[in-house]
Design a protein around this ligand. Sequence first.
Ligand SMILES: O=c1ccn([C@@H]2O[C@H](COP(=O)(O)O)[C@@H](O)[C@H]2O)c(=O)[nH]1
Length: 291
Amino acid sequence: MPEPDVRPLPATFGQRLRAAMSARGPLCVGIDPHPSLLSAWGLNDDAGGLERFSLTVLDAVGEQAAALKPQVALYERHGSAGLAVLEKLLTASAEAGVLTIADAKRGDIGSTMAAYADAWLRDGSPLAADAVTLSPYLGYGSLRPALDLAAATGRGVFVLALTSNPEGASVQHVGGAESVARRIAESAAADNAAARGAGELGSVGLVVGATVGADVMERLGLDLAAVNGPLLAPGLGAQGATGDDIAAAFGAAVGNVLATSSRDILKAGPDTAALREATERTLAGLSAFSG
Ligand SMILES: O=c1ccn([C@@H]2O[C@H](COP(=O)(O)O)[C@@H](O)[C@H]2O)c(=O)[nH]1
C-alpha cells in the first residue's frame, strides 16, 4: 500500500496575504511603468527601461509592501519583450517572498477563461502570480475556471465589484438594492464560506475603489464584511482618495482592505530612498484604519 502523502498543503492566498498585511501594513504598491514615468526616471520607453523600472521598484519597496501589483497593460504595450520583463518581475518577486497581484482584469466565456486561468494561476506558468484581477462582465459564474484553479494552487483572485473610476457607476450601481456590485459581492462571499468557517480570510477578493465613498456603499446595501475576502482598494493618491476616505467608506470591512497606490509612489523614483520614503508616507496615511 502506498504511503499517504503527508506534505502540508500550501497556505492559501488569503492566509499569506493576511500574514503579509499584519507584518507590513495594508498597502499594495502598484507597478505601472507609464511612458511618462519611464521618461521621468531617465529610462527609455522600451523593454530595457521597463526591466530597470520594475526591478528597481521590487528592490526598493518589496519589503515594505504587503504585495506588488504590476499593471499588465503597461507590459503588454511592449509586446513579447514586455511580457518577458513581466515574467522576470513575477519570478524575482516570488524568489524574494513578495506577493504579486497581476492586474490583468481578465474575463471571458468559461472555456476561454480556463486559458486565462492557466496563464496567471497555474503552477509552473511563466506568468504565474499570487493573484490576478478578473472582470465579471460575462457573469460571475464564467470566472469559475479561475476560481477553481486559484483554490487548487493556493492562489487568489480579485473580482471587479465597484471600480474607482466614475464611469463604473453606469454598470455596477445599476439595480439599486439589487445592484450588480451587490450580486458580485454575494457570489464572492459564497466562495469564501469555507474560509469563513475556518476563521480565515478567503482567497476570493473584490476590487472596491478607495474613491467610491460611504454614501454609495450605503445606497447599494453592500455588506463587504460578509465577503470575508481581501478588498483591493485602488484610488489612493493620484485618483484623490485618502486613508480617511477608506476608513469612512469600508466600515466593518476595513480590516480586510488592501489599499493600492501606483503613480503617487512611483513618481518619487528612481531614487531608492525616495521610493521607500514615499511608501512609508503612504503607509502612514493609512493609520486611520491600520492601527
Ligand atoms: O477600479 C480600479 C481597478 C484597477 N485600477 C488600477 O489600479 C492602478 C491605479 O493607479 P494609480 O496610479 O494609483 O491611480 C492602475 O493600474 C489601475 O489600472 C484602478 O485604478 N481602479
